[in-house]
Design a protein around this ligand. Sequence first.
Ligand code: BMA
Length: 348
Amino acid sequence: MIAVVALSASAANGKEGKALLKRIKKLQKQGVMVGHQDAPVYGKTWKWEEGRSDVLETAGDYPAVMGFDLGKIELGSDKNLDGVPFDRMRKEIVAHHERGGIVTLSWHPWNIATGENSWDPSGNAVTKILAGGETGEKFAKWQQTVADFINSLKTNDGKQVPVIFRPWHEMNGGWFWWGAKSCTPEEYKTLYATTYDVLTKAGCNVVWSYSPNLYDSAPTVEDYLRWYPGDNMVDMIGIDIYDFNHDSKKYQDNLRVSLKTVEAAGRQLKKVIALTETGCRKCSEPQWYTETLLPVLKEFPLSYVLIWRNAWDQPDENFMAYPGCPNEKDFKKFHDDKITLFVKDINK
Ligand code: BMA
């Protein structure tokens, strides 16, 4: 009898991209990696200094995962939409890789149809991009700038640094020009496929991530996969869920209900799962980390949780603990828990 081994399709590109996916799968068995957006470039009370991180200064270690955003790279800007210089970003990505950490990239590109930012759902940008012509060509160049940046991530000895790429996130919401108010799922999938195609042809080393946003009511696996571009273009699946209004009970319910579906989808598709964006806005609850977030992290086989940024210039964009915050001690306890992995933990 011949044994037929069913291999699930994977999307990861390049030798280093594939190695990263393998590492992520292995690390998932050890615990949940803790991540922070823009960790080493600014924090609640500082900006642009080197060697700093609110997570490091609160918990004594760098996060395992660092997130960065490429928005505005497509316009040829030397800084992203939040003012982070791309040269600095590159340097920090390579440094994090060299300390054994993992990097995830998101992208908030401008609306090519209206000239406004990502949060302008008008203008039928996706339809226009897919129709080709001048807009299609211009957009292909925009995508190439992303590929070029990813390919420029190299260590001193010339080794390529792989990243988790999470394009076209929160598509089930109506706020982005690639979202539910602006295109059909079929158009969305085609848009995603063009990105996959450009980066693959450019030889980028990437692990691919799919991440819708919190649903209005409990999503079925079918709801969750409505925009899923296909097994051959996705390696990890996740969801973005925040505690915006300091309602930990509601937040926990949202997490449990949604992650149950993400977990079921992950099982079905044989994909790693993650909480791709989260955080408690301006968090003042002293036990938020150990009593609100941690219990849920223990219930699901998550690979990582990415806590969003601590913008020095926008009090509302403050999601991670920092020295002197009301839950500083609690975050330290969260760090000390066996299940949470910071950069030292994933290099043991
Ligand atoms: C959003 C907000 C924005 C920011 C963008 C990219 O979620 O934090 O303020 O510009 O991410 O980082």
